[in-house]
Design a protein around this ligand. Structure first.
Ligand code: CA
Length: 242
């Protein structure tokens, strides 16, 4: 699956600090472009051309992140992502969707993808999104505090959320958003600020994605959710269940 190096990359010194990105994409032209963009930015890459091969490659290669096409033969990207999460694999996933495929996008985020990218995308967009999902992972791990509000307990290092002792499954981004609000309890954030601080950038983004995440978190936590809507401004977390 590891093809010939792109001729454009000859002589490029790879940055050894950047990790391995697995590209799951059935269109060889798009896969080659993604490899080029990411390798030029210092990532190592591997590719898989269908869903089952991609699913197997995540376990075998333990990549730092996965760039995952939605429309794939064998198993679509949304299903692949869901199956990864079901087996407890929280490798950051950047979902690549066709333009205007809102349903796939939202469904993908609900099923545990960390972010999405819409085709066609620019090299800068792809690299920025991959950098952002990895930065978020690193930042989450660096936050040592365990947040407790009422029966809710959020541990960003162990990636666990419990309500009254019962574990609740959270995606990396859901946990990042909740932990950020809890870390700055009482402070009100606008949607743009949350995109900057939790997603890592607010450019080219629909701010409603923040609302989608907040409603997912509320649906998972029910009455234990500490997130309050501040009308006309944004969101904050209170010290009491909301
Ligand atoms: Ca495809």
């Amino acid at each position: 699956m590891n093809g010939e190096p792109c001729p454009q990359l000859t002589g490029v010194v790879m940055n050894p600090r950047k990790g391995l990105v697995l590209i799951v994409e059935d269109d060889p032209n798009i896969a080659a472009l993604q490899r080029l963009y990411l390798e030029r930015d210092g990532y190592r890459t591997e590719t898989a051309a269908d869903g089952p091969a991609g699913f197997e490659a995540v376990a075998r290669l333990a990549p730092a992140a996965v760039v995952l096409d939605v429309g794939l033969p064998g198993m679509d990207g949304v299903t692949l992502c869901r199956r990864l999460r079901e087996r407890g694999d929280w490798t950051p996933v950047l979902l690549v969707t066709a333009r205007g495929d809102e349903a796939d996008r939202i469904l993908g985020l609900e099923l545990g993808a960390d972010d999405y990218l819409t085709k066609p995308f620019s090299p800068g967009e792809l690299v920025a999104r991959v950098n952002a999902v990895l930065r978020r992972g690193g930042r989450t791990a660096a936050v040592a505090a365990v947040h407790a509000v009422g029966g809710l307990r959020v541990d960003p290092v162990r990636h666990t959320v419990h309500v009254d002792g019962v574990p609740v499954e959270f995606t990396a981004l859901e946990l990042g958003l909740l932990a950020h609000l809890l870390e700055h309890r009482g402070q009100v954030f606008t949607r743009a600020q949350l995109l900057d601080r939790v997603w890592g950038d607010s450019a080219h983004r629909d701010q409603r994605v923040v609302d989608v995440y907040v409603s997912q978190i509320r649906a998972k936590l029910g009455g234990a959710s500490p997130i309050r809507t501040v009308r006309g401004v944004g969101y904050s977390a209170s010290g009491e269940p909301g």
